[in-house]
Design a protein around this ligand. Structure first.
Ligand code: FAD
Length: 549
C-alpha cells in the first residue's frame, strides 16, 4: 500500500470549487423543468429523471474516456484482408448503448404519443451536455426515419431495426442484428452545399425505379459514423440526383463496395469518427422517386438541423452550469465571484442566452409533435432554419465566455469546457452552414409565403404583452416585405427573427423575470460582448435559477 508522503507538501489547497459532477442534470435544471411544463410530457418525468442521473454520473465520465481515446481506423486485418473497421473505446459503446436503450434515436417513432418529440429533445439535451460526439449517429439514425418512409417496402425491413432499442456494434450484416444505426453521406469534394454537383453515379442492376437495387460508384468527402449499418446517400442517375439506402453489407452476406479511405482529424467531435469513403459498385436501394433525391433526403436533413439546435442549446447549458457552479465557490478579493457585479452581468447574460436557446429547441419539437397541423408544419419549416442559423452561431462565443468565468481552469482539458468549446462550431457548419440556412429561409418565404406568416402568427401571441417587442415585430415585418436585397441583408434579418422568436417563446413560458430580462437585453443591446446587460436586470436571480446545485 502506498502511504501518501506529506514531506514535500508546500501549501494547503483552498479556494478551489468542488467538481460539479456527479449530479443529476435534469432535476437541477430549473429552466428545462419549467419549459417542459408547456408540453404534455408528464409521462416522461421518470425517464428524464433517470437519464438526468445517468448523464451526470456514468455518462459524464464515459464522455471523457471516449474523447481521450479517439476512434482508430483499421483498413486491413493482420492477415491482409480488407476490413474497413473503426475501433472505438468501450466508453463510446457505453454512450451509444445507453442512449439507444433509452430511445434517443427512436422514441417518437416507436411511441408517437403527445409530447413525444419534446421528451426526446429533452433527453438529447441531457446527453449532448456530457458527450456530443455520440449524438451524431444518434441523430442521423433518428432523422433517417421520415426519409426511409418514402420507400415503404424498404421501410418495412429497416424501420423495425432502426426503432428497436438495441445497439449492436458488431461488424456484420444488418439483417443479423437486433438493431441498427444509420448514417448519411451527401458531401463530396467539389461541393457540400451544392449537392447538385455530386459526381457519384448510380446504375440499375436490374430494373430501375423506387425500391430497386443500383450499383454506386464514386466518393463522399465527409461520412460520419462510418460503422453505421447503412447510409442514406445521394448519387446521380440518368434522371438526376437520387436518394439511396446503402448498407455496409450486401444481402448475400458479402461486404458491400463501401471503402473507408481515412478518418478526418477534427477540431472537436472527437469521439465520433468522420471519414472519407469510396463506393465501388456498392449496392444500394433507390429510396423515393428517381431524380428527386434532394426532396427525399430533405426530410432527414430537416431533423438533423433540428438536433443541431438542441445540441447547441445543450452545450450552452452545460457551459453556463459549469461557470455558475465555479463562480459560486471561487473567492476573489475577499468575495465569492457571484457577488461581483461585473461577473454577475456576464453570468446572467450567459444564462439568458442558454434559456432562449432551449426555448427555441423545445418549440420546434412541439411542432414536430403535430405532423397533421398545417400551421405547425409551416412554422417548423422556417423556424428550423432560423434556429439552426442563430442558436448554433451563438454557441461558440457563449462557451468561450463561460470558459473565461473559470479563468485558466476553463482552458484545461480536465474540465469539460475545452471539449464543449471545440464541439460548438460543428453545429453551425454541418447540415447546412449559416448562409445556407439564410438562403433556405428566403426559399421558404418565396415558395411558401405562409411559412413566414406562421412565424408572425407565433409572434402575435405575445406581441401585445410587451410594447417594445410589438414595435420590433412591426418594424421587422416591414423590413421583410421587400426581399430584393435579401442576399446581402439576410443575416441581419434572420438574427432579428430569431431574437423576436426567442423573446416571444420566453414570454409564453410564463417566467416574466427571464422574458423581460431577455427582451430588454436583446431588442436594444447596449454592447456586443456577453456581459453588457443594461442596468436593472435581476442578475442574481437569473444566476440563482441557473445554478445546477
Ligand atoms: C465534423 C463534420 C462531420 C460531417 N459529417 C458529414 C456527414 O456525415 N455526411 C455529409 O454528407 N456531410 C458531412 N459533413 C459535411 C458538411 O455537411 C459540409 O461541410 C457542409 O455542408 C458545408 O459544405 P462544404 O464543406 O462543401 O462547404 P461549401 O459548400 O463550399 O461552403 C463554404 C461556405 O460557403 C457558404 N455558402 C455556400 N453557398 C453559398 C451561397 N450561395 N451564398 C453565400 N454563401 C454560401 C457556406 O455557408 C459556407 O460557409 C460533415 C462536416 C463536418 C465538419
Amino acid at each position: 500500500m502506498n502511504t501518501p508522503c506529506n514531506a514535500a507538501e508546500t501549501h494547503t489547497v483552498f479556494n478551489q470549487p468542488p467538481p460539479l459532477d456527479p449530479y443529476n442534470l435534469f432535476t437541477t435544471d430549473t429552466a428545462l423543468r419549467e419549459a417542459l411544463q408547456q408540453a404534455p410530457v408528464q409521462w416522461a418525468e421518470t425517464q428524464l429523471n433517470d437519464y438526468g442521473y445517468l448523464s451526470g454520473h456514468t455518462l459524464f465520465s464515459a464522455g471523457f474516456l471516449a474523447n481521450e481515446n479517439m476512434p482508430q481506423f483499421h483498413s486491413h486485418d493482420r492477415f491482409g484482408h480488407r476490413m474497413d473497421q473503426v475501433a472505438f473505446h468501450p466508453a463510446y459503446h457505453q454512450l451509444m448503448q445507453t442512449a439507444i436503450e433509452h430511445g434517443l434515436p427512436s422514441s417518437p417513432w416507436q411511441t408517437p404519443q403527445p409530447g413525444a418529440h419534446v421528451a426526446r429533445a429533452a433527453m438529447m439535451y441531457l446527453h449532448n451536455q456530457v458527450e456530443a460526439g455520440s449524438c451524431c449517429p444518434l441523430t442521423m439514425t433518428f432523422a433517417a426515419v421520415p426519409a426511409i418512409r418514402h420507400q415503404p417496402d424498404i421501410a418495412a425491413h429497416w424501420l423495425p431495426l432502426i426503432t428497436a432499442r438495441h445497439y449492436d456494434p458488431a461488424n456484420k450484416p444488418w439483417f443479423e442484428k437486433p438493431g441498427v444505426t444509420i448514417g448519411m453521406a451527401m458531401t463530396e469534394k467539389q461541393g457540400g452545399t451544392d449537392v447538385r454537383a455530386n459526381t457519384t453515379r448510380a446504375r440499375p442492376l436490374g430494373q430501375s425505379g423506387p425500391g430497386q437495387l443500383y450499383a454506386l460508384t464514386g466518393h463522399k468527402w465527409f461520412c460520419s459514423a462510418p460503422m453505421s449499418d447503412a447510409f442514406l446517400v445521394l448519387a446521380q442517375t440518368d434522371k438526376g440526383l437520387s436518394c439511396f439506402l446503402l448498407p455496409r453489407w450486401r444481402e448475400d452476406g458479402q461486404r458491400n463496395g463501401f471503402y473507408i479511405q481515412r478518418l478526418k482529424d477534427k477540431l472537436g467531435n472527437r469521439s465520433n469518427a468522420s471519414s472519407e469513403v469510396e463506393f465501388r459498385e456498392a449496392h444500394a436501394w433507390l429510396v423515393g422517386e428517381e431524380g428527386r433525391g434532394v426532396a427525399t433526403i430533405i426530410d432527414m436533413v430537416a431533423l438533423t438541423r433540428f438536433d443541431c439546435i438542441t445540441g447547441s442549446a445543450a452545450l450552452m447549458r452545460q457551459a453556463v452550469a459549469q461557470a455558475v457552479h465555479h463562480c459560486s465557490h471561487r473567492q476573489v478579493c475577499g468575495k465569492v465571484l457571484t457577488d461581483h457585479p461585473l461577473i454577475q452581468n456576464v453570468l446572467a447574460d450567459l444564462a439568458l442566452e442558454s434559456e432562449a436557446a432551449l426555448a427555441f429547441s423545445l418549440r420546434i419539437a412541439q411542432s414536430l409533435d403535430h405532423p397533421d397541423d398545417e400551421q405547425e408544419q409551416l412554422f417548423c419549416r422556417i423556424a428550423t432554419a432560423i434556429g439552426k442559423y442563430w442558436v448554433c452561431k451563438r454557441a461558440p462565443g457563449h462557451i468561450n465566455e463561460a470558459q473565461e468565468c473559470l479563468g485558466g481552469a476553463g482552458y484545461v482539458e480536465e474540465s469539460i469546457l475545452p471539449r464543449l468549446y471545440r464541439e460548438a462550431p460543428v453545429n453551425s457548419i454541418w447540415e447546412g452552414s449559416g448562409n445556407v440556412q439564410c438562403l433556405d429561409i428566403l426559399r421558404a418565404m418565396q415558395r411558401q409565403p405562409d411559412s413566414l406568416e406562421a412565424v408572425f402568427a407565433e409572434l402575435e401571441k405575445t406581441a401585445g404583452t410587451d410594447p417594445q417587442l410589438g414595435q420590433y415585430i412591426t418594424t421587422l415585418k416591414k423590413d421583410l416585405v421587400n426581399t430584393s436585397n435579401f442576399h446581402y441583408e439576410a443575416r441581419r434579418l434572420v438574427e432579428k427573427l430569431a431574437i423576436c422568436l426567442q423573446g416571444s417563446l420566453l414570454l409564453q413560458t410564463g417566467n416574466a423575470l427571464v422574458a423581460d430580462a431577455f427582451l430588454r437585453a436583446r431588442l436594444q443591446p447596449e454592447g456586443l460582448a456577453y456581459g453588457t446587460l443594461p442596468t436593472g436586470i435581476p442578475c442574481t436571480q437569473l444566476i440563482e435559477r441557473t445554478r445546477p446545485l
